[in-house]
Design a binder for this molecule. Structure first.
Ligand code: KIV
Ligand code: ZN
Length: 514
């Protein structure tokens, strides 16, 4: 491979983010309209090239989310997914049409196994349908992507025939997905090379890849594809997505950046926003990042052994191949203290990229900041971001926590006394449980008269030390809906109660909306 160090000489790889579409297909990771919009704004900060905002035909909710993003988000192409049929494509266009540079992304399987069992079509029918669908989409826009679903298990000559035909019909991006996460890197690179060499008109389109992670190879396969000539990579933040997920954007992008000596391509991603984006996705979806996850896991830049710590203190690069600041991790970055004023907070939030808070949102964040600064000696960027995620969500608070007191220990019956405002009315009770959190949740369920099911509970500390804020994430099921809630507080029982109440408020909101 040629070694090119000058950024200007490097060819660009387009980043197509599908966190809002394939990412949302992760079991239990559904996001509401407001959350999707917030994430889309974050993707703009990252400077992704394409945001796949959803699958408009899938539901009215999906349609509205795509439309909302296409109508209001500027600075990236907005894509909507459509199966290869007129109705899907018309619906996708209806949602996308007001966007700055909307892309219709239509797909059809090409593997014999999908043709035989799923589509019940022969290859000629698939070729015709792919071509006519792309031709139909191209009547609306010149920005059309075609995906040959299950390409890695398809006959390559057939994929090449389909690609040639859809380029002639107006497709400008051709996607070669490893839908089942089956390919190995060398094999995948060979397939991409074959397509580059055997599709007559490939110079009229960009070749894209979309890798799933069933064998843990999605990032490796995407990198191999880039070496073989692909110039768009479809990926998600934290690698979330169907089954084992998709190519993790942060891993792919940081591999290109860190090994710039080995690759002659670049992306436009502003890597300093990676960590905040990862946290936002995890907080919205309730999918916690494993501590040893590359780039964004809490241990990714932690050095445990004495030898490593000593080495890093003497010279960071002894054990760190990336600078944590490059992903937005400002280790030990003390930001503000309890004497800081609203102005300083506003400036700090602005430098973290939160520059569009309303006065009311800023006031709420400021109050929470002051409360926390009273009990916590040091305030880090992460603390502020946690408060923001906790506060700047405008789901109506049908249930509000007024106070909570919990009793626990190995010689006592765990009990929680909770006082709530339920629809503006003060109610209180105390219930015994297996532990303090169980008691708090039982009391809340009793006071709110709800019968939801707790599917998932995770607690983590946001910054180190025994005075760190605790963050609790819950996933709750009620009325056939699954929602997540997050709560942040120096006291983890309170954080848990806040998370639970946030989830219950979301359930009420969804029920009323319905
Ligand atoms: O995995 C897949 O094949 C997809 C397509 C719709 C691109 O998600
Ligand atoms: Zn996929």
């Amino acid at each position: 491979m040629t070694q090119v160090n000058n950024k200007a000489e490097k060819e660009k790889v387009f980043i197509f983010d599908t966190t809002l579409r394939d990412g949302e297909q992760s079991p239990g990771a559904s996001m509401n309209m407001q959350e999707k919009f917030r994430l889309a704004q974050q993707l703009i900060k990252l400077q992704v090239d394409v945001i796949e905002a959803g699958f408009p035909i899938a539901s009215v909710g999906d349609f509205d989310c795509v439309k909302n993003i296409a109508d209001h988000i500027k600075g990236a192409q907005i894509a909507g997914l459509a199966r290869a049929n007129v109705k899907d494509i018309d619906t996708a266009w209806e949602a996308l049409k007001k966007g700055e540079n909307p892309r219709i992304h239509t797909f059809l399987a090409t593997s014999d196994i999908h043709l035989k069992y799923k589509l019940k079509m022969n290859r000629d029918q698939v070729l015709d349908l792919a071509t006519s669908s792309v031709r139909h989409a191209a009547k609306y826009t010149s920005n059309v992507e075609f995906s040959a679903e299950d390409a890695t298990r398809s006959d390559l000559d057939f994929v090449c025939r389909v690609f040639e035909a859809v380029i002639d019909a107006g497709a400008t991006t051709l996607n070669f997905p490893d839908t089942t996460g089956y390919a190995l890197p060398d094999e995948f690179a060979g397939q991409i090379r074959y397509v580059m060499e055997n599709v007559r008109n490939i110079d009229k389109a960009i070749l894209s890849v979309h890798c799933h992670n069933d064998l843990g190879l999605a990032v490796a396969n995407s990198l191999a594809a880039i070496n073989a000539g692909a110039r768009q990579v479809e990926c998600t933040i934290n690698g979330i997505g169907e089954r084992a997920g998709n190519t993790a954007m942060e891993e792919f992008v940081m591999a290109l950046r860190t090994r710039a000596d080995q690759v002659n391509v670049r992306t436009d991603i502003v890597t300093e926003h990676i960590l905040a984006s990862s946290r936002m996705v995890s907080s919205i979806t309730g999918m916690v990042v494993q501590p040893n996850k590359a780039i964004v896991g809490s241990n990714a830049f932690a050095h445990e052994s004495g030898i490593h710590q000593d080495g890093v203190l003497k010279e960071r690069t002894t054990y760190e191949i990336m600078n944590p600041c490059d992903i937005g991790l400002n280790k030990g970055n003390l930001v503000l203290g309890k004497h800081s004023g609203r102005h300083a907070l506003k400036d700090r939030l602005k430098s973290l990229g939160y520059d569009s808070l309303t006065d009311d949102e800023l006031n709420r964040v400021f109050l929470r900041f002051k409360e926390l600064a009273d009990v916590k000696k040091e305030m880090f960027d992460e603390d502020l971001e946690a408060i923001l995620l906790d506060e700047v969500v405008s789901i109506p608070e049908t249930y509000q926590l007024l106070s909570l007191g919990a009793m626990s220990g190995n010689q006592t019956m765990p009990t929680a006394a909770v006082k709530l405002l339920v629809d503006g009315k003060e109610v209180k009770d105390a219930v015994i449980g297996v532990g303090p959190i169980d008691s708090a949740f039982r009391t809340i369920a009793k006071l709110t008269g709800t019968t939801s099911k707790l599917l998932y509970f995770a607690v983590s500390s946001i910054t180190g030390g025994t005075d760190a804020q605790g963050e609790v994430l819950v996933r709750v099921e009620g009325d056939g809906k699954i929602v997540v809630g997050q709560g942040v507080d120096p006291d983890i029982i309170t954080a848990a109660a806040k998370a639970y109440l946030k989830a219950l408020n979301r359930l009420v909101y969804l029920k009323q909306k319905k």
